[in-house]
Design a protein around this ligand. Structure first.
Ligand code: ZN
Length: 262
């Protein structure tokens, strides 16, 4: 599932073929795209970037395309005429230039809006963990307000910091010895460490296609607990636990020995 670092890489890949280019055709099954395809066709792409887990395409037609991948969406880049990896019916956004085709498949959350409205749509997001400039103090300030039931939900709340998804949530809590069902009411030092660890991990992986939190590049050794339910903890050999905490769609992983419930 795409998290902040994945979307950052994707924005670089899509930006490499679209930035500065004129859109020769704009199509796809997304309603907002179809409604604006005439206005977007002929526009020049000014910038492609990630904001948290959103990918934003800015054009000189005074319109901004915003996509959020949720669980299943993906952006792909092709040469004209090249065979696509997914069926055409799954193409939500298709942006063509003279030299390339960028296709967004299956993303459920897409908007096309004026720049000011686009900014408002993203105004709720906390500091972006993958941005070149990260407002650490603001992230700490937001993290210190314990408005979620569990720490797991708190850490993945995009209004606090933008970019942490399900994988990082489990990994960061493991590295900080914090149980996912702990209260988000933490001492200020723990909050600072949580913010710094999140920033460090996402920046470390920002340009790496496969996510690594253990420092181990060998296949199968990249992550501490995520996806390892029932397997021995890499630190203490206790069985890693897996459960749905808060957000019902997603599973959180933790080691009950390394991450004691306070
Ligand atoms: Zn352990």
């Amino acid at each position: 599932m795409p998290e902040g670092d994945t979307i950052y890489l994707t924005a670089e890949r899509v930006g490499a073929v679209l930035s500065g280019q004129t859109l020769t055709a704009v199509s796809g099954s997304s309603g907002p795209i179809r409604a604006n395809s005439a206005r977007l066709t002929g526009a020049r792409v000014v910038d492609v970037r990630s904001i948290g887990k959103h990918l934003v395409v800015e054009t000189d037609a005074d319109l901004v395309i915003r996509t959020h991948m949720r669980m299943s969406g993906t952006w792909e880049v092709y040469e004209p005429g090249q065979r696509w990896r997914y069926p055409e019916g799954a193409a939500r956004v298709v942006l063509e230039t003279a030299a390339a085709v960028a296709v967004c498949f299956s993303a459920p959350d897409i908007s096309v809006s004026r720049p000011q409205a686009a900014q408002l749509e993203l105004a709720h997001l906390g500091p972006d963990l993958c941005a070149d400039v990260f407002d650490r103090l603001e992230a700490i300030r937001r993290m210190a307000v314990p408005w979620n039931d569990t720490l797991a939900e708190h850490l993945a709340d995009q209004r606090i910091m933008a970019g942490v998804g399900n994988v990082y949530k489990s990994e960061i809590l493991f590295l900080e010895h914090l149980h996912p069902e702990s209260s988000p009411l933490l001492e200020s030092e723990a909050i600072e460490r949580l913010v710094d660890r999140s920033r460090q991990l996402l920046m470390l992986n920002r340009r790496r296609p496969n996510r690594i939190t253990t420092g181990e590049t060998r296949r199968g050794g990249e992550l501490w607990v995520y996806g390892r339910g029932g397997q021995p903890c890499r630190r203490c050999r206790t069985k890693v636990e897996a459960a749905r905490i808060g957000d019902v769609e997603r599973i959180t992983y933790w080691c009950p020995a390394c991450q004691e419930l306070a």
